[in-house]
Design a protein around this ligand. Structure first.
Ligand code: BTN
Length: 323
């Protein structure tokens, strides 16, 4: 995006009341006519900016830009560089391409639309334009490749913490789904590039349904889905949600690098709705039922099935006795 338009949007997004053309022009070192032209261009791009006679401009659309994010993030590692794309295949793929081109740890990629958004277990992920948040972050931790699943659980704890601020009634479901009343509102896809013994890049991709799209969810989504605004009872913005996630990830990642996985495992177990409960665990071969007894260092769920502990590595679970 043009840097002046990005700066105008960031200034408007940071104010709950209209901002005058004079104030924008003075603060950004542009002429009033220049501001007006940029506002017109953005309106043509579909960004809704209201004019209030004698008071100025007010942003109405739920847009995101690098300057909006950077303006509200202090010296965080995560989000030290932010890129926002109008359309991209997948923010995870873009983050990996940037990683291969040498991008630094902390890069955050956001897109308004993903043409091939990806979910766990080879599924696709639908990003509703301007109603969903698709965000990927690049990490380059100095850890063994086997420990990368721990980062996925760290992200689940951070996401749960961040979204709970808006919607305290949400829950976490193994391995890293965020649920509300049995319907999914957010998920995480973690991917890695490396070689034996060495991690080069980890991309943590987070998808959040911010609000129900005006035309509803596409029919091909077979899972029960809901959204954060419904769960919280008010219309939330992608910007506030992204900022909350980045800040929670920053805290969690720093703690992980100093204190290791143990505190994260404890926090995950506490947040996990099915801890100690009866679940049905599905994988490609079928399903088993048992009591969710623990989470191990690899992120596997340990199920007590007919008196024996079984490790469950990949799949989905269903809660059986939560009513
Ligand atoms: C899941 O299946 O629950 C994981 C969904 C992860 C979706 C996000 S959206 C941002 C990032 N880019 C992708 O292509 N996938 C992840």
């Amino acid at each position: 995006m043009n840097p002046n338009r990005d700066a105008i949007l960031a200034r408007l997004a940071g104010s709950s009341s209209p901002v005058s053309g004079d104030a924008l022009a003075n603060e950004l070192g542009l002429s009033r006519a220049g501001i007006w032209k940029h506002i017109q261009t953005m309106r043509k791009q579909g960004i809704e900016i209201e004019s209030h006679a004698g008071r100025g401009y007010q942003l109405k659309s739920d847009v995101l830009s690098p300057a909006m994010l950077r303006r509200q993030l202090d010296d965080t590692l995560i989000g030290s560089e932010c890129m926002v794309f109008d359309e991209i295949d997948s923010t995870n793929r873009e983050a990996m391409r940037q990683a291969e081109a040498g991008a630094d740890e902390g890069l955050v990629i956001i897109a308004n639309r993903q043409t091939s958004g990806r979910g766990r277990l080879g599924r696709s992920w639908h990003t509703a334009e301007h109603d969903s948040l698709a965000l990927s972050m690049l990490l380059r931790p100095d850890i063994a490749p086997e420990k990368v699943p721990q980062l996925s659980l760290l992200a689940a704890v951070a996401l749960h913490k961040a979204l709970s601020k808006f919607a305290p009634g949400i829950s976490l479901k193994w391995p890293n789904d965020i649920m509300h009343n049995g319907a999914k509102i957010a998920g995480i896809l973690t991917e890695m590039r490396g070689e034996p013994g060495q991690v080069h890049a980890v991309v943590i991709g987070i998808g959040v349904n911010i609000r129900r799209p005006a035309k509803g969810w596409p029919e091909e989504i077979t899972q029960r889905v809901s959204d954060l605004s419904t769960a919280s009872g008010r219309d939330l913005s992608r910007l506030d949600t992204a900022l909350a996630i980045i800040r929670a990830m920053e805290t969690g990642y720093r703690e992980y690098l100093t204190d290791g996985f143990a505190p994260i495992r404890r926090a995950w177990w506490q947040a996990h709705a099915a801890s100690g409960h009866r679940v049905r665990a599905h994988d490609s071969k079928g399903y088993v039922e048992g009591i969710a007894e623990a989470l191990d260092d690899d992120g596997a769920l340990l199920l007590r099935v007919d008196g024996q502990l079984q490790r469950f590595i990949a799949g989905d679970i269903e809660l059986m006795d939560m009513n």
